[in-house]
Design a protein around this ligand. Structure first.
Ligand SMILES: Nc1ncnc2c1ncn2[C@@H]1O[C@H](COP(=O)(O)OP(=O)(O)OP(=O)(O)O)[C@@H](O)[C@H]1O
Length: 258
């Protein structure tokens, strides 16, 4: 297990990040640090910019036409928008798991092997080792080890989501971005994902968007509250939920609006 210092270093940091879709400002002047080997949760009402912020961290917004940003985002102190940054490499280092599990219509094995093959790994024995390691890491191995050649589409929703986590882990990212990874799952599958997140933070740095405040309280070390495109406050999760500095945060976490 990775050593977790009391004051973790900053893995990623946004400074004065503003992002527009065309003329619409989606997030405004957001400055937020994401500490290493911690879980940072983004909460806030629908449309407040949580997903936009998350997608900025591995430049997924670049894929949406007419987006424009100002401000900076760094990974290990280096700008992710630097001319020398290879976006494919950035997305390998900063992986993403989406709200709806999206396995490829391929076998379980091939879903996890995909990124490794794209990265040029051809050796069958090594592929098998890496696939097993990822499936174990995503707490799915025992459920699928006898059916690796079956279609991933035959898995349950919760298994598919853990498969997508395994797929993201296979290329050994440093940061995992999760956009409401459990919102389509039943309570048992959700609990599995939450347990997994707790284990994964020993290896990865995690940023998660969730609509579910109890979930944020359960899984995260730090919580960032967004409202109408602005970051209202960010702090230790317990403080945000029990003793927030801002009235808007208090109103939101106590359910006065949502
Ligand atoms: N591709 C897009 N084109 C134009 N506007 C967009 C696009 N994606 C998001 N927006 C707008 O940007 C704002 C922030 O959206 P975003 O999806 O980041 O919010 P969110 O807090 O994640 O919302 P939700 O919780 O509903 O997913 C919203 O007003 C949304 O309508």
């Amino acid at each position: 297990m990775t050593f977790q210092p009391n004051s973790p270093r900053i893995k990623m940091e946004a400074r004065a990040l503003t992002l527009r879709y065309g003329s619409k400002v989606a997030i405004r002047e957001v400055s937020l640090a994401i500490p290493e080997h911690r879980v940072t949760a983004m909460i806030g009402p629908s449309g407040c910019g949580k997903s936009t912020f998350l997608r900025s961290l591995n430049r997924m917004n670049d894929l949406i036409p007419h987006t424009h940003h100002t401000g900076t985002i760094s990974l290990d102190g280096m700008s992710i928008h630097d001319r020398n940054v290879d976006v494919v490499d950035l997305r390998r280092r900063v992986g993403m798991v989406f709200q709806k599990s999206n396995p490829f219509p391929k076998s379980i094995f091939e879903n996890v092997a995909y990124g490794l093959r794209v990265g040029g790994l051809k050796n069958k024995a090594e592929l098998a080792v890496r696939v097993e390691k990822s499936l174990r890491g995503a707490a799915l191995w025992d459920e699928v080890k006898d059916r690796l050649d079956d279609s991933a589409l035959g898995l349950s929703g919760g298994q598919q989501q853990r498969l997508c986590i395994a797929r993201a882990m296979a290329v050994e990212p440093e940061v995992l971005l999760m956009d409401e990874p459990a919102s389509a799952l039943d309570p048992i599958a959700t609990a599995k994902i939450e347990e997994l997140i707790y284990v994964l933070k020993a290896t990865y740095t995690i940023a998660i968007v969730t609509h579910n405040m109890q979930q944020a309280a359960r899984v995260s070390d730090r919580t960032a509250f967004f409202y109408m495109g602005e970051l209202v406050e960010c702090g230790p999760t317990e403080q945000i939920f029990t003793n927030p500095h801002e009235k808007r945060t208090e109103d939101y976490v106590t359910g006065k609006f949502g």
